[in-house]
Design a protein around this ligand. Structure first.
Ligand code: ACO
Length: 436
């Protein structure tokens, strides 16, 4: 018997099994051998919401939720936020190593020269209602890119794959900015190749009559840091969606549209939008204790708090909170900030939150910065989707390269009706719908 194994006795049969433990996990397929007889399918692991199931082996992002640690390819998030920029981090996430000067120059050149979208994109953007949610527009636009690049279906070819990765990282800000300008009824602003990734994004969003748009350096850097913090977060809901959709070998545009859709929900990337709506509803610092009472009674949720993995302060929230003051010096203080600070102060002392290990997550403070920068709340999840594109693509690529991965297809425990015969419509019992 090896030390790294689990000995299990199936009390239904009295049989014992030795199951190997590798990297701290057992293989769920090793349970299948445990059967009560030839008719028995074999033991399954039941894990709705994947709370204790590893779906892949990954070498991209490491999170230690108890200690509040986040690292991309081994580099602490704090160092990257302080010293790097978004495109360098995207390169790191996608390729595994920080780039050399030549590699970085080539990567920046490639991304900068793929920011334009086909003119027809403007036509379907125009088809959206004036009040369409920006995330719905982005989700549809990403999926629609698939129709412009039919060769993207060939995801098995490394060259084709690399080109789609460049295109997606480059075009996501353009699609997002077009969605924003559409909602305002403003003409679309084209990319400016002289500007940085975030500077150009600000240009496409906010340029009006000036000949050359000059982004504010503090806001450009703040966006850069926010993009770094959002670049990847291992097997979260949207990444799992990208991997799952991508496992059918569909092209990456459609796989990423699945990721954008998952991110849109209020329990995931839509939480930053929900936080701002919550703060506005609370309205003043004095109303915070009453709101906390509502949360504790289960009537409300404290949006921007809690996380499946972090049972400590989310390290991204620490960085964002620190950065908020720098941004507010350029913009003006967000009047909702005192409410957020009071919520955090009370929650971190309250046994309800302490005992459940509920701490601020990345979305608690990011919305306050976005709002101060002039973004409407509908754009908040979009500002999450742009940088997460590099993470989704890195995870998609890792999945495509992993010989162990197959089409994602969970099992179920069927507890529905057993076999029964069809009853003609006139002969069904009124209440049960069955033969009376
Ligand atoms: N406010 C109040 N209570 C909460 C909150 C919250 N924000 N989050 C969790 N709880 C409570 C739950 O009611 C539960 O209490 P119980 O044990 O008495 O039933 C306990 O804490 C555990 O919570 P779960 O819902 O089981 O935790 P789970 O890991 O499934 O959910 C999630 C994590 C979805 C993030 C949750 O904390 C939540 O809804 N938070 C608010 C939404 C949010 O901020 N989402 C953004 C997450 S970060 C991201 O996706 C980028």
């Amino acid at each position: 018997m090896t030390a790294s194994s689990l000995t299990v006795t199936d009390n239904r049969t009295g049989k014992s099994y030795e199951i190997p433990i590798t990297n701290g996990a057992i293989r769920a397929m090793d349970l299948r051998q445990m059967r009560t007889g030839p008719e028995d399918f074999g033991l399954l692991a039941y894990d709705p919401a994947f709370t204790n199931t590893a779906s892949c082996i990954s070498r991209i992002t490491e999170i230690d939720g108890d200690r509040g640690i986040l690292r991309y390819r081994g580099y602490p998030i704090e160092e990257l936020a302080e010293r790097s920029n978004y495109l360098e981090v995207a390169y790191l996430i996608l390729n595994g190593e920080l780039p050399t000067i030549a590699q970085m120059d080539e990567w920046v050149y490639e991304v900068t020269h793929h920011t334009w979208v086909h003119e027809n994109v403007k036509k379907f953007m125009d088809g959206f209602h004036h009040d369409a949610h920006a995330m719905g527009m982005l989700c549809s636009a990403v999926a629609a890119l698939s129709t412009f690049y039919p060769e993207a279906k060939n995801g098995g070819d490394p060259g084709t794959r690399k080109l789609q990765i460049v295109r997606l990282v480059a075009k996501m800000p353009t699609l997002a900015a077009f969605a924003y300008r559409h909602s305002l009824g403003m003409p679309y602003a084209y990319p400016d190749n002289d500007l940085s990734y975030t500077g150009n994004f600000l240009n496409m969003l906010f340029k009006t009559t000036e000949v050359k748009y000059q982004p504010n350096a503090t806001l450009e850097r703040a966006l850069e840091v926010l993009f770094i913090l959002h670049a990847d977060h291992e097997q979260n809901c949207s990444t799992n969606a990208v991997r799952s959709v991508g496992s059918s070998q569909v092209d990456p545009y459609c796989a990423l549209a699945g990721g954008v859709a998952a991110l849109y929900g209020p329990l995931h990337g839509g939480a930053n939008e929900a936080v701002l709506r919550m703060l506005a509803e609370i309205g003043s610092k004095d109303h915070v204790p009453a709101f906390i009472k509502e949360v504790k009674s289960g009537k409300d949720k404290l949006m921007g708090f809690g996380h499946r993995v972090y049972k400590n302060y989310d390290p991204r929230a620490t960085i964002i909170k620190r950065m908020a003051d720098e941004v507010f010096e350029v913009t003006r203080p967000n009047p909702l900030l005192p409410i957020a600070l009071e919520l955090e102060r009370i929650a971190l002392q309250d046994d309800y939150f302490v005992s459940r290990k509920l701490y601020p997550n990345v979305d608690f403070y990011s919305g306050l910065i976005y709002q101060a920068m002039g973004f409407p709340v509908e754009m908040f999840p979009v500002l999450f989707a742009i940088p997460r594109t590099s993470g989704w693509l890195a995870q998609w690529q890792e999945m495509r390269n992993d010989p162990e991965q197959k089409i994602a297809r969970p099992r179920q425990l069927y507890l529905g009706a057993g076999k029964r015969s069809y009853v003609e419509i006139g002969k069904r019992d009124e209440e049960s719908g069955t033969d009376g």
